[in-house]
Write a protein that binds this ligand. Structure first.
Ligand code: UD1
Ligand code: CA
Length: 494
């Protein structure tokens, strides 16, 4: 059994505040749906809270709520969206959430929806500190170099937290404080309900601030604490595109650090981007300009890049993928891909097969040890083992109405520039002649020739292009042919 099954949940409920417009993003997409590291901001926040195994997770939605609700159905179907009709402030949002959690008692974790760098360990430490101190409210804080725009944590002479003051409401002295409110709190549900009822909106923004519960609880003599995050990056929000890019880079650096510690070579961390959902085995080499996205996994000893994007791909042991763009492809062990290959969904490359330069594949199975080395399109195809597909072969899969499949057997040799017009089957061990247009099945072991015989029209150039360099060259060749002894042009090197 996992620890989650044996122990009490760390908190009774998780509340994510995600109703805000996110005006500074200047986007048609709600802020919390913007993504870094292959996961939405909201997804990151939910992931940080997940180990707490709360019985209930509520997400307050408002601006762009349809899109946020749809996203929640995809990534966290157990989370319950609760609508805040009007965005009257974070305090109002928290009250709306609690009204949907009327039977909840004990500690509740509240998080802003736009803090993608928050780590589960930080959240766990926050909850543990809250419980140890027996507080009714504990605020996650951090010491930052630049507190601009953030709520400041005001402490009394004894060091205890007294208030959180928003920048726009702060005195000059308060603005100088560098300890900021992360927007992450653990609060006793009953105490929070009581104090939220007393929150007004007499502030610079005319909003109901969640942060005002601090001063209200302190006035009641309730125990209120702060937990300072070990890594100030954890608490950084994301309010505009600049911050989105900055948070994305920090997240990526953290991820690459983890990979490198686990034995992955990352030649250039500044140009290598890996989604949080990707797995990379030890002794993989990621060359500069590599992007690994979605559900991609890379097995030991593989080399990816330079300048390669893999989305939802599986890369087998010791495969190499060089300067290529691959989507939904299954690249087997010791396979070689690239340079300049485009693998599309449904591509399955078996052990030691090879797809080379300027080759596009889609719904294509390439068998063990088979090769598509150059300049081909392989769509809707099954290729057996040990086959060779000559340069510039096209699997002609589309008749303008429907897609059809081509089957190529084991140890087949497809000549260069063959058109395989599907549906068609080339039997085991068969050959096709270069330049053939194959429209009917080729039996095993046959040589299919499907091209018009060559016809040479003698003397055509001399007659029709008289005086041209080509005609002169042809005439010289004819003279040499007539008197081979006097032909200096055919001397071999001495
Ligand atoms: C908030 C905190 C601030 C803290 C900062 C950390 C308040 C008043 N201030 O400021 O002390 O330093 O986060 O990033 O909380 N929201 C709703 N409904 C609303 C208003 C907001 O759901 O009516 C949500 C937003 O979507 C967001 C969160 O609450 O996820 C915080 O709101 P936001 O307006 O971003 O507050 P900040 O000014 O960033
Ligand atoms: Ca914010």
């Amino acid at each position: 059994m996992t620890p989650q099954e044996t122990s009490e949940p760390a908190v009774a409920a998780v509340v994510v505040l995600a109703a805000g417009q996110g005006t500074r993003m200047r986007s048609a997409t709600p802020k919390v749906l913007h993504a870094i590291g292959g996961r939405s901001l909201l997804g990151h926040v939910l992931a940080a809270a997940e180990p707490l195994a709360a019985a209930a997770t509520v997400v307050v939605v408002g601006a762009g709520r349809e899109a946020v609700e749809e996203h929640l159905r995809e990534i966290a179907p157990a989370a319950v969206p609760v609508v805040q009709e009007e965005q009257l402030g974070s305090g109002h949002a928290a009250a709306v959430a609690l009204s949907a959690l009327s039977d909840i008692e004990g500690p509740v974790l509240l998080l802003n929806g736009d803090a993608p760098l928050l780590r589960a360990t930080t959240v766990i430490d926050l909850v543990a500190a809250h419980k140890r101190a027996g507080s009714l409210l504990t605020v996650l804080t951090a010491e930052v170099d630049d507190p601009t725009g953030l709520g400041r944590v005001v402490r009394g002479a004894d060091g205890g937290v007294q208030a959180i003051v928003e920048e726009r409401d702060a005195t000059d002295a308060q603005r100088a404080i560098r300890e900021i409110n992360a927007g992450v709190y653990v609060a006793d549900a009953a105490a929070l309900r009581r104090s939220l009822a007393g929150v007004g909106s007499a502030n610079a923004q005319g909003e109901q601030y969640l942060t005002d519960v601090v001063v209200l609880l302190v006035a009641d003599g309730a125990p209120v604490g702060a937990f300072v995050a070990g890594d100030p990056d954890d608490v950084l929000g994301c309010n505009d595109r600049r911050e989105l890019a900055d948070r994305g880079r920090t997240l990526n650096e953290r991820l690459l650090d983890g990979l490198m510690r686990a034995g992955v070579t990352v030649v250039d961390p500044s140009t290598t981007w890996v989604d949080v959902t990707v797995t990379v085995a030890p002794d993989v080499v990621l060359e500069p300009g590599t992007q690994l996205k979605g559900t991609t996994s890379v097995a030991a000893g593989a080399v990816v890049g330079p300048d390669t994007t893999l989305a939802d791909c599986r890369v087998g042991e010791e495969a190499t993928v060089l300067r290529s763009h691959c989507l939904g492809a299954d690249i087997g062990p010791r396979v070689s891909v690239g340079p300049f290959s485009y693998l599309r969904p449904g591509t399955r490359l078996a052990t030691r097969s090879r797809v080379g330069a300027f080759v596009e594949t889609k719904n294509a199975e390439v068998g063990e040890d088979s090769k598509v080395p150059h300049l081909s399109y392989v769509g809707d195809a099954t290729i057996g083992t040990g086959a060779n597909i000559g340069a510039a072969t096209v699997f002609v899969n589309y008749d303008g109405v429907a897609k059809h499949r081509t089957t190529v057997g084991d140890h087949v040799r497809i000549g260069s520039d063959t058109m395989l017009v599907a549906p068609v089957t080339v039997g085991d061990g068969a050959y096709t002649a270069a330049g053939s247009v194959i429209t009917s099945d080729v039996p095993p072991g046959a040589m299919a020739v499907a091209r018009s015989p060559q016809r040479n029209v003698a003397g055509w150039v001399r007659r029709r292009r008289s005086g041209s360099p080509a005609a002169r060259a042809a005439e010289a060749a004819e003279r040499r042919a007539e008197s081979p002894a006097g032909d200096p042009g055919h001397d071999t090197d001495e």
